[in-house]
Design a protein around this ligand. Structure first.
Ligand code: UGA
Length: 458
């Protein structure tokens, strides 16, 4: 087997992880089939239209069109596949546990249809609790036994670390690739699949250039169980790191320090690192909240308390309401006031609103009797669809949102908000009050424009 040999890869699930991985592996030269049950998605993808908002993805989708096909039918392409990647959703259940029904359904189909003489390597890329690689193996075996066949195949765990909004960058230039596999052939196949990334032999796409000084990523080979736990440890750690700086933002405010300065002074210590030390209105998204609850659930199953992770969750719950506390301090009476919300997405460069701080803030403001105007450059459509019953005023621009408002609240760190003409916007407001929930604006510039400025922890 040559490292440069291209593989036949089937990817099941075209969410953030599946679609990004499929398009990138196709771009690297592999022959990829992306499978999804949702025909509307497949239709769009076949026409070169991205089904998720992700900078650069559509461009790459078109560039790799010859290598990537889309289908609803998993079984047809399974026969020729050397690798099958499971990247379907793993939603949270009410009790924090993870719903593995989609993963298991795919495993069952694989067991029903795979070629036993040339079994593909099965790779779990969905974020799944410890033991899922084994569970997938069991389910496939059950189906093979029904067919009177033995269980000769491998399941590897290959957790994904991409961030929404920089999914292509993270996939092409990762810090590391983690592979949990029990046999050397499986490990070698994964190495072959990622060889162009591990060795950086591909021509970077125009929209995602290789960063200067980027060094080759490590391939971390572990047991499947360790790989599964690495994913949760990483996300729980990052979430805790943000909650940690958010906790210190409160004491910074009390003593008159600036948390941005504090984070800079702390982050330059290489043992700590500067990333994920931005204080703000709390973490959201489809991963941190779900994964933190999921690992707490796993901990509880093993009678293993995780007080630090529990505290990170609690700090975050409170942090999401910081903007409300600030409005109460600044306006005194919130009922009857008009509040302009800038940003609905859980972070910039995505239209994803899942567990976004905006949801909690807007709901609370409405309950408190405020009139709420909102604007987001990308996520407004999703918000409107999801919260159709909410009485909020949707604005076409940040300027419209400011007009007649008693206060503005920034909840998402969109670049666009850095370039607004604050003096002009302030002139149309009832009160020039701004709560900068992302510490992204220049306080002095805002104060010069006549604003009462309040950041988080400064
Ligand atoms: C996160 C991880 O960063 C990825 O490594 C992981 O693959 C992914 O979850 C996943 O498990 O799928 P993502 O949720 O896309 O990625 O977004 P992040 O950039 O990590 O941001 C998460 C939240 O933390 C956002 O609400 C963001 O605004 C907030 N945040 C981030 C802060 O408040 N401060 C920071 O310094 C950094």
């Amino acid at each position: 087997m040559k490292m440069s040999e291209k593989l036949n890869i089937v990817i099941v699930g075209t969410g953030y992880v599946g679609l990004t991985t499929g398009v990138v592996l196709g771009y690297l030269g592999h022959r990829v089939t992306c499978v999804d049950q949702d025909m509307a998605k497949i239709d769009k993808l076949e026409r070169g239209i991205s089904t998720i908002y992700e900078p650069g993805l559509e461009e790459l989708l078109i560039q790799s069109a010859a290598q990537v096909k889309f289908t609803k039918d998993l079984l047809r392409d399974l026969v020729d596949a050397q690798v099958v990647i499971i990247a379907v959703g793993t939603p949270a259940k009410e009790n924090g546990d993870t719903d593995l029904s989609y993963v298991e359904a795919v495993a069952r189909e694989i067991g029903m249809a795979m070629d036993v003489l040339k079994p593909p390597l099965i790779i779990n890329k969905s974020t799944v609790p410890v033991g899922t690689a084994r569970r997938v193996e069991t389910v496939i075996c059950e189906e093979l036994e029904k067919r009177g066949q033995g269980c000769h195949f491998s399941v590897a765990s290959n957790p994904e670390f991409l961030r929404e909004g920089s999914a292509l960058y993270d996939t092409l230039y990762p810090d590391r690739i983690v592979v949990g596999a029990n046999d050397i052939n499986a490990l070698n196949l994964v190495r072959q699949m990622y060889a162009p990334i591990l060795e950086q032999t591909f021509n970077p796409p125009q929209s995602v250039p290789r960063p200067e000084g980027y060094s080759l990523p490590a391939l971390v080979s572990t047991s499947p169980t360790s790989a599964e736990l690495i994913k949760y440890t990483a996300n729980a750690f990052l979430a805790t790191k943000i909650s940690f700086i958010n906790e210190f933002s409160a004491i910074a405010e009390k003593v008159g320090a600036d948390i941005v300065e504090v984070a800079k002074g702390v982050g330059l210590d290489r043992r700590i690192g500067a990333g994920f030390l931005k204080a703000g209105v709390g973490w959201g998204g489809s991963c941190f909240p779900k994964d933190v609850r999921s690992i707490l659930f796993t901990g509880s199953q093993y009678n293993c308390e995780m007080p630090l992770v529990q505290a990170a969750l609690e700090v975050n719950r409170r942090q999401k309401l910081k903007a409300i506390e600030k409005l109460q301090q600044l306006l005194k009476v919130v009922r009857g006031s008009t509040i302009g919300i800038l940003g609905l997405a859980f972070k910039a460069d995505t239209d994803d609103i899942r567990e976004s701080p905006a949801i909690e803030v807007i709901k609370t403001l409405l309950e408190m009797g405020a009139r709420v105007k909102v604007y987001d450059p990308i996520a407004m459509k999703k918000y409107r669809q999801t919260y159709a019953d909410q009485q909020v005023v949707y604005c076409g621009t940040a300027e419209d949102t400011a007009s007649d408002a008693d206060a503005l609240v920034i909840l998402t760190d969109w670049d666009e908000f850095l370039h607004l003409s604050w003096a002009e916007m302030g002139a149309t407001m009832k009160n020039k009050v701004i709560v900068d929930g992302r510490n992204m604006l220049d306080r002095e510039q805002l104060q010069q424009a006549g604003f009462t400025y309040s950041g988080i922890g400064r």
